[in-house]
Every structure is written in C-alpha cells, then in structure tokens.
Design a protein around this ligand. Structure first.
Ligand code: EPZ
Length: 417
C-alpha cells in the first residue's frame, strides 16, 4: 500500500494540465465492443480504473495496445461474454460492458457490482431499460445474465437520473431494430462524449427537448477515432486547491462550459477565477466565504466535487450546509476531516460545516476516490504534516495527482507503507 506525506503551508503557483476524463473514457472503452473494427482513443488518462477496464475487455477477447496516451483497441470477436466478479468488484463501471455485450453477442453475464463506500448503488434501472429493449434478464448467483435474439426499440423513462444507466441502455439501443425513446436521461458531459463516439461509429441519436433521446437502430457500427474530453472533476479539484492554497494557478484544459455550477459556487465563496488561453486561472482566496451547497445531477453541482468543496468549507469564514442528494453514504471523508480539526456534524444527507481558523496535520485514511482528494486538499493547508493512506483510491481517478501538485509547489511525496 502507498501513502502520501504532505507538509502543510506550501503555496501553489504555476500551471497544471488536466487529463482525459475518467467517466468519459470508461464508457467509450466499453463502446468498442459494438464493432469488430479498430478504434483509436486519444487523451486516455493513465488511471487504475482504465487499466481495470482494459483487463476486463481483454477477458472478453478484445485486443488493445497503449502508446503514450493513445489506446488502439479492437473487439474482432468476443471470446467469452462474461465479466467476472473478481474484476467487477474492483470497479462498478465494469457494468458498462453489459449493454454493448448483449447488443453485440445477444448474451452477457456480468457480475453484480455490489455496493461500495459511497452507497448501495443498485443497477435496477439499467436492467429495466434493457428489458424494455426485449432483453431477458435474470439474476443468477450474483450475476446478471442477459440474453436476446433480436434487440427491438422501445420507450423507456428512467425513474431516476443515472449516468451509467443511461450509457448502458443507450449502447444497446443503437443496435436495436426500430426506434427507441429514452426519457429522463443523464445530461453529464461525459454522456455527450460517449454519444459523440457512437455517432462517429454510425449510430443515429437525436436529442429531443430537455432530457429525451431518440435512437434509430442500425445494423452495424464501425470503428472510430476520438479524443477524450478533459476531466471536469479533476479540473474542479485543482481550482479548489488553488483557492485554498494557491497564489495563482492556471488549470489548463478546463472547459468552463462544463463547470458552470462549480464556477458560480466558487465565485459566490469569493474565489476569483479568470478565463485564460486554454484554461482557467484561479487566485488564492484569503477569506473564503461559507456558502451552502447541494449536489444534483448535471447541470447541478456535481456529487464528485462535494468532498473537495467540504474541505474548502472546513476553513471558510462562517457556517455552511452541504446536502448530498445523489448518494446515501458519501460523507466518509467527514470523520477524517474531523481528525484534522474540522468542525462538521452530519445529519442524514446534510453536513453542517463550521469553518475553523486552521486545520492540523494528522494521519488520515482515504475511503473512496473523491474523499481521497479532499483529504489531500485539507492537508495542503493544515499546520504540520499529514499522512493520507490507502491512496490506491486516489490513483483510480486521478493521474499523477501528487506529482501534479508537487509541480505546483506542494510539499507532497509518495511513500510505501
Ligand atoms: C456515475 O456513477 C459516475 N461514474 C460517478 O463517478 C458519479 O458520482 C455518478 O455517476 C453521479 O454523477 C461513472 O460515470 C463511471 P448513477 P453511476 O447511476 O452511474 C441511483 C467518481 O467519483 N441508481 O448516476 O454509478 C444510485 O444509487 C464516480 O468518478 C439507482 O437507484 O451513478 C445513485 O443514488 C463515483 N438504480 C443515483 O441513482 C440504478 O440502476 C445516481 O447514480 C442506477 C443508479
């Protein structure tokens, strides 16, 4: 296991480039199952979750190669339409192979992902959507077994907005016979990056008003070349780092139009952010105002930035209420921030954060991907030394996070423990 040792107090300056978006590249990798032609994916971030997805695809019979940040991948034939538990349990996003596999092969066995630190995270809406396309789905010994002779278009309204649920059902609908209407779909930019790829493959997808998609099924899809969009969650994490511990930090690759809720929230906290050539520039903020925040599906404030925002509110001037509406247990970072002197009380889906003068360095433990980054942000401004352990969570979704922070001036190093 590895840990990060952080000396608080160093100021961040300079420029950092965000990597390709984890939550875009994962469904795009799954989409390669929909064709037997070669696909080229650029701007692929070197993340644990990407490596997990590639090993899962390899199990299914896919060949791939990875040079620098370009992955060439080809599902010439599916040798084994089974996504095994030992892989799926390490990454829930493995469930994204279900839709494409059943569309390609007419059969798929995908282990149920199981819960995780931030919530139970069922996939009932994925299954309901596939059933609407004629897929027979049953649960057998912890596996979802899906089979269909011929996918046929249907009409499906998602009971709740689900990002991977939208992506899974969409990746089946594109090869279904006839027309599919999907309502209450997720609007996240990463979903649109996947849609851009599916259209390059020859899929016919049309956005009707609001959150309705109309899909006209096609018989086959071809290979594609695509550059993955930048990671708006990583960008938001660096903007918050700059606000908390920076003088002036340029976040290259951040796309403001994907981050409106985050940018307006930061500005309401008194954080100054300017558009610069190719990115955003954030200025350190001596007095951060405490401002309430609620997470919502896109375009609302993203749940994946909630923990990072809470780290900033821990040292804000005043009291804020943070409401987590998406996941039922996404406050695992609270106990760890408290160890650093934060004054936070949790009541159900609400956390009340009373800003303190300063945090004190301490040994803390990462529990999930975004909680890890929130603990590092807190450690950057804490007095003294902190040790953030179990940072394999961090490496799942952030490419060289400690190295990028060190380049900005942070006193942070990775140690084996
Ligand atoms: C995606 O997860 C992201 N992962 C998550 O990012 C992100 O936090 C989440 O969307 C919300 O934005 C990827 O895209 C790979 P959901 P997903 O289905 O699709 C409930 C990160 O940090 N639900 O949108 O699994 C569910 O329990 C990760 O990068 C059902 O009830 O999330 C949750 O309460 C963490 N039934 C809500 O919907 C279903 O069938 C939203 O979940 C599906 C979901």
């Amino acid at each position: 296991m590895e840990a990060l040792i952080v000396e608080g107090g160093a100021r961040l300056n300079g420029e950092v480039t965000v990597s390709g978006a984890k939550n875009a590249v994962l469904p795009i990798l799954a989409a390669t199952l929909l064709t037997d032609e070669e696909c080229v994916i650029e701007n692929v971030p070197d993340l644990r979750d990407v490596r997990t997805m590639l090993s899962l695809l390899e199990e299914l019979g896919v060949e791939w190669s990875w040079q620098k940040n370009v992955v060439r991948i080809r599902a010439s034939e599916i040798k084994n339409p089974v996504a095994p538990y030992d892989l799926v349990k390490t990454m829930r996003a493995s469930v994204l192979v279900l839709g494409p596999l059943v569309a390609r092969e007419g059969y798929a066995e995908v282990s149920m992902p199981g819960g995780c630190a931030i919530g139970e995270r069922p996939i009932d809406l994925h299954i309901k959507g596939l059933r609407k396309l004629g897929v027979e789905v049953e649960l057998r010994h912890g596996y979802v077994v899906a089979k269909v002779d011929r996918l046929r278009g249907g009409m499906y309204v998602f009971d709740k907005v689900t990002v991977t649920g939208t992506e899974n059902v969409l990746m089946a609908a594109v090869l279904a016979e006839g027309e599919t209407i999907l309502e209450n779909v997720a609007q996240e930019p990463e979903v649109w990056d996947l849609i851009a790829v599916l259209k390059k493959m020859g899929a016919k997808i049309e956005k009707l008003d609001g959150n309705i998609l109309r899909v006209s099924g096609v018989d086959r899809l071809r290979g594609f070349k695509h550059k993955v969009m930048p990671d708006r969650i990583e960008a938001a994490t660096f903007l918050i780092a700059g606000a908390m511990a920076g003088d002036e930090v340029v976040v290259r690759g951040a796309e403001p139009e994907h981050m409106v809720a985050v940018l307006s929230k930061l500005e309401s906290c008194g954080v100054r952010i300017e558009r610069v050539e190719g990115g955003l520039k954030v200025f350190g903020c001596d007095v951060i105002k405490a401002v309430d925040m609620e997470t919502f599906p896109y375009p609302g404030f993203p749940t994946d930035v909630q923990a990072q925002y809470m780290a900033m509110m821990s040292i804000a001037d005043g009291t804020s209420v943070i409401t987590e509406n998406i996941f039922e247990r996404r406050f695992m970072h609270v106990a760890e921030l408290r160890r650093m002197g934060a004054d936070i009380t949790v009541d159900g889906k609400r956390a009340v954060v009373r800003g303190v003068e300063k945090l004190i360095g301490a040994p803390v433990m990462a529990s999930d991907l975004r909680a890890s980054s929130s603990l590092v942000l807190a450690a950057l401004v804490a007095e003294g030394t902190s040790k953030v352990s179990r940072i394999y969570h961090l490496d799942r979704g952030y490419e060289r996070f400690d190295e990028k922070l060190r380049m900005l001036g942070a006193k942070i190093r990775r140690v084996r423990e």
